[in-house]
Unconditional design. Structure first.
Length: 478
């Protein structure tokens, strides 16, 4: 990743200049990143982009050109600009592993660092994590709707720029897609790439049959033909069958057909029947017409004979829910060498942040299914809290004996990403990250993964954190 040091909002730098001039810039603070609503109007969010966050932090450096530009704005003191020349992240960052399923209100990244460092990285951190998490979540929903069918990401030409198209492709594959059409993303991230021909290929030749034959000659062992340029059933499929027979005669097997327009239910049913009658069973029938999880779910319910999906615009832009509203809020600051919890109070209860230096723990039952999450203060010990937390639920406790009736295991979700500025990140392959998403989703009940009206996953505050929050809200209201 290129140096993105100036990928920030101006007010980050005006605040840093103010902190510097007021000599509070080195005070240790804690910030949390979290979101208030799940991505894509769903019941969960997949966190993606951690690797790019690490690359960003590792490459933080104000160049001479950067300093010259900032000086030209005539907003910053010379002392502050000289100070920026030695900028380097020296704090701690705890983050969930890439591919983790998270829920509203939970810190997914916690930064404990000198004020000027923790404040400055806010904008880029949110930009990287919000976008990739959105696309990874959208992809997982689309792949879930496909019910095991192959899904390819085709969205580059409709993405909001090169960065979105390329890093969105990465997130889409991590979220569940099998491949991408984006060749640059394939090279950068070792992603499987896929694609065949456009309608322009068919149109360039005098006849559709001629175009099919020309393509099959070049790619005899990976021949998948686009059949809707003129007429799917009267021209496209019959011509494809002629070419497929020639391929088979010469010792090659075709892959299938793609339909990019029309009534996908009726066309796919008829196309499958024609192919099978010609002796071509179990070929890929690919659809690629303005698809998303809702369209795919509907097509499958109506009996469409489609077993592979190319999803573009509505995936790479998450068209029906185009942003994840992740935020980055101050949770603690230093006073006389001690971390003091901070809170933002609002008339809207959902916008009141959880104060203090915290961690997130997930409880699993005997079958490895996630039951509920707990937000705790950083120094609280899970084992000591388990009984006091779970005993409050009759479902989890035998009231006659006052004992917890289920054998729960607990997992700390926030792992060290940086300690005192030293990266602890261990890079994983795309396959490893994709498998992590599969495991995460398998540990979450189906009711949280429904496309429509998903249940709300339970996230609880520890008693100590709840008491702290209540006390701070009360003190601010006076």
């Amino acid at each position: 990743m290129d140096n993105l040091t100036l990928l920030t909002d101006l007010y980050q730098l005006t605040m840093l200049n103010g902190y510097f001039e007021n000599k509070v810039y080195e005070d240790t603070v804690v910030f949390d990143m979290f979101f208030r609503e799940n991505a894509c109007n769903g019941g969960y969010t997949i966190i993606c982009g951690i690797e790019q966050l690490v690359e960003y932090v590792d490459n933080l450096k104000f160049t001479d050109s950067d300093i010259d530009y900032l000086r030209s704005l005539d907003k910053f003191s010379d002392g502050f600009l000289d100070f920026l020349r030695d900028f380097k992240f020296t704090g701690d960052i705890y983050a969930v592993e890439e591919g983790t399923v998270m829920f509203p209100g939970e810190p997914l990244i916690t930064v404990k660092a000198p004020l000027y460092q923790a404040q400055f990285i806010e904008t880029a951190l949110l930009n990287i994590i919000n976008f990739q998490s959105l696309i990874a979540t959208k992809a997982s929903r689309i792949c879930r709707a496909s019910d095991g069918d192959s899904v390819a990401e085709f969205g580059l030409r409709r993405a909001q720029g090169a960065y979105a198209g390329t890093y969105g492709a990465r997130a889409a594959v991590i979220g569940g897609c099998d491949s991408t059409s984006n060749v640059l993303a394939g090279k950068m991230f070792d992603l499987p790439v896929s694609g065949t021909q456009a309608h322009s290929w068919i149109q360039k030749f005098d006849t559709e049959l001629e175009s099919f034959k020309a393509y099959a000659k070049i790619y005899p062992d990976s021949c998948l033909l686009l059949v809707d340029t003129y007429n799917v059933l009267e021209s496209g499929v019959p011509n494809a069958i002629k070419v497929f027979k020639e391929l088979r005669k010469n010792g090659h097997e075709p892959l299938g057909i793609r339909i990019d327009s029309g009534d996908l239910v009726e066309l796919s049913k008829a196309a499958e029947m024609m192919l099978e009658e010609a002796g071509f069973k179990n070929l890929s029938i690919v659809a690629s017409d303005s698809l998303d999880e809702y369209a795919i779910s509907s097509l499958k319910e109506k009996g469409a004979k489609i077993n592979s999906w190319g999803v573009g615009t509505r995936l790479i832009t998450s068209a029906d829910s185009p942003s994840l509203g992740g935020v980055y809020k101050l949770a603690a600051t230093t006073q006389n060498g001690e971390l003091i919890p901070k809170i933002k109070v609002s008339e809207n209860p959902d916008k009141i942040n959880n104060p203090g230096y915290k961690k997130v723990v997930r409880a699993y039952d005997e079958d490895g299914i996630a039951v509920e999450d707990f937000i705790l203060l950083h120094d609280e010990i899970v084992d000591k809290l388990a009984f006091s937390i779970l005993r409050n639920s009759a479902e989890n406790c035998d009231l006659s004996t006052n004992k917890v009736s289920k054998n729960y295991t607990f997992r700390d979700l926030l792992k060290p990403l940086y300690i005192e500025g030293v990266s602890k990140y261990k890079k994983k392959t795309i396959i490893e990250l994709k498998n992590n998403v599969k495991w995460e989703l398998s540990s979450i009940l189906d009711k949280y993964k429904r496309l429509y009206n998903p249940s709300e996953y339970n996230v609880r505050l520890s008693e100590s954190l709840k008491e702290l929050k209540d006390s701070l809200v009360g003190s601010k209201s006076k």
